[in-house]
Design a protein around this ligand. Structure first.
Ligand code: MN
Ligand code: MN
Length: 454
């Protein structure tokens, strides 16, 4: 284990880290929802020669070793695949990350008036500390689907010199009762101009008129997905600029690095798949979450266009696959050391972090990776000179967490959690170390290209 891997990237070697992270910062600044990330992944894949699996199937096409395909599920989950030289049933090298992040969603019937304001009601998504989201500039990102099926992107508060937000009370008025922000208190301020012509709801009327200019009515919020997220760009963090602060790095830091690694895969020994899934933050549920059958069905389709499908072949492929569940972990925080156990927790600038298990209390709910697989991983990391740390998430019995690892382990495949340590996790602005980002990318690339001794 290394001490601080900036030593490895000192001098001229720092430039490759900076170049990689500059692109990552751009990506993070402009892709803040699962749909935006899915769209980005698809456009990057198409530019590298990936073919749309659904179109290929409809055209009766086929794939062979070295070919690249992608599949997209409801615009929120993406599977990117390069067919290997080995048969698919020999197993796949999979790196899977999630592309949803904690945020605050606009309700289906959001608009109301209070005290001369037009307000929008919200319902938070994932584990947030509500007070962190008040009194700061927020943006709205999402889609609205009209009854005729047409879909409109809706973004407000990024490059338009505007924002929205939730209020918090001034300290002077909290003398008697320190306000604890509740979920139902998160009501977005949407406007304050009244329409004097309007017979009722004059403050709503002005906002509705603005929405009408975009072709949106009040009822359309029912068939919309609009997410309230921090407004503005990600940026360098620290006087030495060694870190990155940005929204949604859980888990887009792993999604981005896994995607970049996959996009560089050509003619792999084993078939490689980069999996970008939705709904991890609320338990991997729903049609676009890891617990849906989408991935399994998609793999059956890929084997079919490769001329390799059989029911048994599919089961073998899943069983013999190896996976990095690429999700972030909690980094040792110098301000709150008491919840950590320093020797066994993740630290900034020590490389990719492997969690043998996550879960909570007595490892409940955890995928506990096999030592036989971990030994192969250690060998792969050492052969490729990748810095890594073997970690847990915080003190025993302090808490815990989960990822998609246990869901893929259901197939009997080898899975281990491998991700980037994060400070401020689930806060509006999360922080990572640039060298850990770069090392994660190098780790995922080596994993995709691994030629396992089976
Ligand atoms: Mn995560
Ligand atoms: Mn999370």
């Amino acid at each position: 284990m290394e001490t601080n891997i900036w030593e490895k990237y000192a001098g001229s070697a720092r430039q490759q880290v900076e170049d990689f992270c500059a692109k990552y910062i751009d990506f993070l600044s402009t892709h803040k929802t699962e749909r935006e990330v899915a769209r980005y992944a698809i456009s990057q894949a198409e530019s590298k020669g990936y073919k749309n699996l659904a179109q290929l199937m409809n055209a009766g096409g086929s794939v062979r070793a070295g070919d690249k395909v992608y599949a997209v599920n409801m615009d929120k989950m993406v599977v990117l695949c390069v067919i290997g030289r080995q048969p698919i049933e020999a197993g796949i090298n999979i790196v899977g990350a999630h592309i949803d992040s904690p945020r605050i969603d606009i309700k289906a019937t959001p608009l109301y008036e209070s005290q001369g304001f037009c307000m929008m009601d919200t319902h938070y998504y994932g584990g947030i500390k509500k007070y962190q989201w008040t009194a700061q500039p927020l943006a709205m990102h999402g889609v609205i689907v009209l009854k005729d099926g047409s879909r409109q992107d809706f973004v407000f508060g990024e490059d338009d010199g505007a924002c929205v937000g939730f209020t918090d009370l001034l300290p002077h008025l909290e003398k008697d009762d320190k306000k604890d922000i509740k979920g139902e208190d998160l009501n977005l301020i949407a406007g304050n101009i009244g329409d004097k012509e309007a017979k009722k709801d004059k403050f709503k009327a002005v906002v509705l008129e603005i929405l009408k200019q975009r072709g949106i009515t009040e009822d359309d919020f029912f068939s919309a997905e609009i997410e309230v997220v921090p407004a503005g760009r990600a940026r360098d963090f620290g006087l030495d600029r060694s870190m990155i602060m940005g929204y949604g790095q859980d888990d887009r830091v792993c999604a981005y690095t896994a995607l970049q690694a996959q996009l560089e895969v050509n003619n792999p020994e084993y078939t490689t798949i980069c999996l970008l899934v939705d709904k991890e933050e609320i338990g991997s549920v729903g049609a676009t979450g890891m617990r849906s059958k989408y991935f399994e069905n998609c793999l059956a389709e890929i084997m079919s266009v490769a001329g390799q499908y059989s029911e048994l072949g599919l089961r073998r492929a899943l069983n013999r696959s190896k996976m990095l569940s690429s999700d972030v972990t909690a980094a040792m925080d110098p301000n709150y050391p008491s919840v950590f156990n320093a020797p066994t927790d993740a630290h900034f600038a020590k490389g990719i972090s492997f969690n043998k298990f996550t879960g909570s209390y007595g490892k409940y709910g955890s995928n506990d990776a096999n030592p036989e697989f971990i030994a192969q991983i250690r060998n792969l990391m050492d052969e490729n000179e990748i810095s890594f740390q073997a970690t847990e998430m915080g003190r025993v019995d302090q808490g815990g967490g989960g990822t998609i690892a246990y869901i893929m382990a259901i197939y009997g495949m080898d899975v281990i959690d491998a991700g980037v340590p994060v400070l401020n996790m689930h806060a509006p602005w999360e922080v990572v170390s640039k060298v850990d980002v770069f090392e994660a990318y190098r780790c995922y690339k080596a994993f995709f290209e691994a030629k396992w001794k089976k």
